[in-house]
Ligand binder design. Structure first.
Ligand code: BTN
Length: 264
């Protein structure tokens, strides 16, 4: 397994303004890179770890984080203000990660609302945005399965089908330093223009990566389950679902399960 190296990551960054100052902190092991940056991070700082002992996912879930050549990445980013499109930020990060994976040669991947990265109907990565106040300082956490292989992880406690970049890429696997720098380049481009977001362009980009559009899903919310078909995304980032004999309903938070075409 190649080692994480902050100088190598910086060599591949395509932005120059604060490149030399970008602080990248590497750990062999830490509870959570998001938690560390929430406590210690300044604007622009990055934290990476080989393994996390208490990796966190969305909706209070655990993010299983073995020392298996994966990426556990967090970035502390500061916006000058909280704009009207704030609720789209998590989706935008999903688009940036999908774009960076495309640049690395991955094909046929996409984003599952709100911001899971999927390939071949399996989860390849997840995104967790956290902030402690209303100042525009956000910690963006990305977990990306890169080297993880199923053998030996049968009892890992991961609750859904998963895959890794190693399985998805037809070309040889780039080093994690290159993958991280590519992700940072795409993130930076998207985050730096977020305050002037063009909604129409954003919705087009979302459609380009959305793996759920037009698909049948089951939606889990507050202990109930309903099936429906995904129709749209609204300007607040809510997912529109057409339930049988019903109007379209919009959800801002829910767990969505794709009804696999393989099972139909
Ligand atoms: C999800 O899909 O539920 C989001 C997973 C986010 C995991 C990443 S790994 C790096 C960062 N540190 C954490 O504790 N969580 C995020």
């Amino acid at each position: 397994m190649n080692h994480l190296n902050s100088d190598m990551i910086k060599q591949h960054l395509n932005y120059s303004d604060d490149k030399r100052d970008a602080k990248i902190t590497l750990f062999e092991s830490i509870d959570s890179t998001n938690s560390w940056l929430l406590q210690n991070g300044e604007c622009g700082d990055v934290c990476l770890s080989e393994t996390q002992t208490a990796g966190r996912g969305r909706r209070g879930n655990q993010w299983v984080s073995p020392d298996a050549g994966n990426i556990y990445f967090s970035l502390c980013y500061c916006f000058e203000e909280i704009t009207e499109h704030w609720s789209l930020l998590g989706l935008l990060v999903g688009i940036a990660v999908a774009e960076s994976l495309q640049a690395l040669g991955l094909r046929d991947h996409g984003v599952k609302w709100p911001n899971d990265i999927f390939w071949n109907e399996k989860k390849l990565g997840g995104i967790l945005l956290e902030s402690q106040d209303q100042t525009g300082r956000v910690v963006i956490g990305i977990g990306l399965n890169v080297g993880m292989q199923e053998a030996g992880l049968e009892q890992s406690g991961i609750s859904q089908p998963w895959t890794s970049l190693r399985s998805g890429l037809k070309t040889s696997l780039p080093s994690r330093n290159v993958i991280i720098a590519t992700m940072m380049n795409h993130l930076r481009a998207r985050l730096d223009t977020f305050s002037n977001l063009n909604l129409e362009h954003f919705l087009n980009d979302w459609q380009r990566w959305d793996i759920l559009l037009g698909k049948r899903v089951i939606i889990h919310q507050n202990g109930t389950k309903r099936s429906g078909k995904v129709t749209s995304l609204d300007k607040h980032g809510r997912i529109g679902i057409l339930h049988e004999k019903c109007n379209i309903q919009y959800y801002s938070s829910a767990e969505i399960k794709l009804v696999s075409e393989k099972n139909e």
